[in-house]
Structure formats: structure tokens, C-alpha cells
Design a protein. Sequence first.
Length: 255
Amino acid sequence: MKNDEYISVSRIKLYRLCPRKYKFAYIDNLPKPFKPVGLAFGSAVHSAVEWLNRRLFEGEKISFEEVWKTFKTDWFSLKQDNILFDEKEDEEDIIAKAEKLLKLLHERQTNGTKIAEVETPFQIPLFDRETGEVLPLPLRGVFDWVEDNDTLVEMKTSKRAYDTSSSSNRLQLAAYEFAYKEMFDESPNIRIVNLVKTKEPKILETEVRLDDNDHKALIGAAKLFILGVKDGIFHPIKSFMCKGCEYADICGNGV
């Protein structure tokens, strides 16, 4: 598999969204002329939260002003990549929402939260628990953070509440549950910390329970991904997502 030495949930999800976009991004390595505002927002918030969590893990006391400074520094850097704003959000609105959400998150993290791991990377063999079949590529990813009692936390930023019943979203959680159990020999408690960019920004927390069907779905999706890329299946999938695609101008899919 050219330029593919591992499986990640982000790669699987992109391939399922549009095989042609996957090819442009990971096979052809084409540069992106802009960064969608949602991705830029999530990246800057994530960087600020990671910085906060690392400091708290080291036992430091961190003020919100320090977290906010980290966000603004990262946001300035991301702006050099030509952020594409949508029709309903301008930069002033985005910055205001980021400040409110990070204040809420800072309060959460500094109010008794005990952090055991921060941004833990993994790369492990992926296998079918039922048959024992080992897939030809390892599974790679990063845990956002882990709290006491084997609580694996995945942070999401979104315009609306994160849908934990979505098969696409559960795919990532199944991958992380599998990796955590293999690494630590414990089944994690999975918690979603969702930073929602509603008119009045808020944080929603959800405990997620997975079952054998989620693992089967992960294995099935991984197999289809490996086979599709190996066989060079990179057809376009036209959808409402095409309008904001970074590769729309070169795709030729009638967008």
C-alpha cells in the first residue's frame, strides 16, 4: 500500500467519506489551498487543552489567561494556512466561542480532575477478537487524555451535540477501546467531553458503552479500507460535503 504503513480511524473515515479525497490527501500528497474553519478551530482548541493537561499532569497550577494565550498563539499560526470561514461564522464569533469554551474546560480540569495520561500515542496490531485474524497493518492513534479509574476521555468540538450513536463516531471509540485494553489489559470507561459551539457555548459529557458489534464494525471497516486502497479504488463520492472540500477545484466531480 503506497504511503500507507498503518491504519488510523481518521484515514478510514476519510476513505469512507470520499476515496478520491483520500487519494489526493494520502497518496498524491496534494497541498490544500485552505483549512476549513471547523478544523482550524478544533486544532487550536485541542492544542490549548493539551498544553493545559500536560501542565496539570506535572502538578502545576495554570491560570485561564495562560491557556488563552496558548490558544491565540496557535490560532495566529493556523491563520497563515488561509482559514476558510463559512457564511454563518466570522473570526470574531469564533474567537468569542473559543474563549467561553476554554474557560469552561479550564474550570473542569482544575476542579479536582485527576489526569493519568496525556496525548498517549499508540501503534498496535489490530486483530479480530472472535477469529484471532491479524490484519496486515497496525492500528495507530492518540488518546486525548486518561483520568483516574481507567477513564479514557475523547474531546470533540462541534456545532451541535456529538452523536455517540453514529456508526462513524463509534468507529473511533471502538478503536480506542481496543487499543487501551491491549496496552493496559483493562477495559476503559469511555467519556466524551464535547465542546459545543452553539449560540451559548457549552460542554456536554457523555459516558459511552460499547459492545462486540462495535468491534466487529471496526474490523469490517478496516478490512474494506485496506482492500480498497490496495486495489486502487479511488472513485469520488458526491455529497453536500463537496462544497467545502479543499480539493473541489481539481476533483472534476461536477462540484
